[in-house]
Design a protein around this ligand. Structure first.
Ligand code: OFO
Length: 166
């Protein structure tokens, strides 16, 4: 494995781990605020990001790359509204998408078609996750400051997602 690709994949392990911890912090915030549906959504997002990290660790080991398991900065754990919670979700996904695109660029530069092929799964995943974050933010913008709207949003978040992914 080319050193530049190895470094970028190790960075990506860190970004996926950071996303996992960030969503765990967001789940916990939502749980403490009484938003059980939103908490479940982010608990499961956190699990998914951990799987994305693991997938990279295993791929690098299969390819004989040297894996570095990173230390992480503390995630943001305080939010002043549901809107800022979901803005954080979108900005975190946009950040990760940018990093994945950088890996793809480097794979093409180094003619590492195998890693490029592996990373295409992440490209598709990012498209879906960004679309989900935007859909949820659109719903929140429609709700505005309406407290009963928050109640329904929390109750219906699972079905919004299923509808969106269908
Ligand atoms: Fe790892 O899927 Fe988004 O960030």
């Amino acid at each position: 494995m080319h050193a530049s690709i190895e470094n970028l994949l190790n960075d990506q392990i860190k970004y996926e781990a950071m996303a996992s911890m960030q969503y765990l912090a967001m789940a916990s915030w939502a749980d403490a605020e009484g938003y059980g549906g939103i908490a479940n959504f982010f608990y499961s997002q956190s699990e998914e990001e951990r799987e994305h990290m693991l997938k990279l660790v295993k791929f690098m080991n299969e390819r004989g790359g040297k894996v570095n398991i990173p230390s992480l900065e503390e995630p943001k754990d305080d939010f002043d509204s549901l809107n800022s919670l979901f803005q954080k979700f979108l900005s975190s996904e946009e950040f990760v998408t940018g990093k994945i695109n950088t890996i793809i660029d480097e794979c093409l530069k180094q003619k590492d078609y195998n890693t490029n092929n592996f990373m295409q799964w992440y490209v598709t995943e990012q498209l879906e996750e960004e679309a989900t974050a935007r859909t949820l933010l659109d719903k929140l913008n429609i709700i505005g400051d309406d407290k009963s709207g928050y109640y329904l949003f929390d109750r219906d978040i699972e079905s919004f997602i299923q509808e969106h992914e269908r």
